[in-house]
Ligand binder design. Structure first.
Ligand SMILES: Cc1cc2nc3c(=O)[nH]c(=O)nc-3n(C[C@H](O)[C@H](O)[C@H](O)COP(=O)(O)O)c2cc1C
Ligand code: SF4
Ligand code: SF4
Length: 259
């Protein structure tokens, strides 16, 4: 069985979840797993496609919607699909519905949808960074939750999501992506910047430039927060405020080392 896993992840939660799902599925066949930033299309002969992304303002990022529409070929072999999201809360998150309906149009049948609660990576304004024991617990439990989810799938019964409200939901994702371009102008770099270029290299929308005057943010931000959390010296602020960074890979590594 040919299994393809594709995801977008701004700061690591969705990548960690995709890897955990891959591990849970490894008995079923040959698995290829990659971020949509590697831009490896999904061929028409895929037996099982797993697609996932983080929730931004109630839906998956518009970048992932666009990628799905352009890079998942129409399926020619009764392909099965599973969709998943990661978010800080499980309410009002419609990304799975959005992905499912588009994959059905491309000839897939949906066998599983999962919304995984993961630590909030966006704690600007009125939101707060989760407590460190909650962060550790959510990251630690994702392997088990992923395995439980895969075990719960009934491979004889495809799911039929209702399409009510989908146009408005996708329109809202598009609207958020336009707002994010302007919100991204509020990121700033201070004098602690060591000009390592990591933010420039890693930005998923190539929104950051570095020249002799310093680091500048342009107008194609998707507000993923990767630059802020990934800067090695925490030189990036948002609306003039510095935040404690969120680094899920490092936390997970420490958890694994201590076990
Ligand atoms: C711009 C933005 C908007 C977000 N909106 C929501 C939201 O509406 N609901 C929610 O539960 N979490 C929201 N979050 C939190 C993320 O969905 C969550 O932390 C996710 O697991 C991040 O995944 P990643 O590390 O793969 O990028 C938002 C995060 C960002 C960056
Ligand atoms: S990642 Fe941080 S230190 Fe490196 S160039 Fe960007 S702002 Fe400067
Ligand atoms: S500028 Fe920062 S927040 Fe905006 S898309 Fe690039 S990495 Fe993400």
């Amino acid at each position: 069985m040919k299994i393809e896993i594709r995801y977008f992840s701004g700061t690591g939660n969705t990548a960690i979840t995709a890897a955990a799902l891959g591990k849970a599925l490894k008995e079923l066949g040959e698995i290829s797993i990659s971020s949509i930033e590697e831009n490896i299309p999904v061929g028409s002969d895929t037996d099982l496609l797993i697609l996932g992304g983080p929730i931004y303002a109630g839906n998956i990022p518009e970048k992932l919607i666009r990628w799905l529409l352009r890079n998942v070929e129409s399926n020619k072999c009764s392909g099965k699909a599973i969709v998943f999201t990661t978010s800080a809360g499980l309410k009002n998150a419609f990304g799975n519905k959005s992905m499912s309906l588009k994959l059905i149009k491309k000839g897939y049948s949906i066998y599983g949808t999962a919304a995984f609660e993961m630590p909030r990576n966006y704690y600007f304004g009125s939101y707060e960074k989760p407590a460190s024991d909650i962060i550790k617990e959510e990251l630690k439990s994702i392997s088990e939750k992923s395995a439980d989810f895969i075990r719960s799938i009934d491979w004889d019964s495809p799911i039929k999501p209702d399409s009510k409200g989908i146009l408005q939901l996708d329109l809202f994702a598009e609207l958020f992506s336009v707002m994010a371009r302007f919100m991204g102008k509020s990121y700033r770099v201070d004098e602690s910047c060591i000009r390592c270029g990591k933010c420039v290299k890693n930005c998923p929308t190539r929104n950051i430039r570095m020249n002799e005057n310093g680091v500048k943010f342009n107008l194609s931000c998707m507000h993923c927060t990767r630059c802020l959390h990934g800067c090695p010296v925490n030189a990036i602020s948002y609306k003039g405020i510095k935040y404690e960074q969120y680094k899920p890979d490092e936390i997970l590594l420490k958890i694994q080392e201590n076990n």
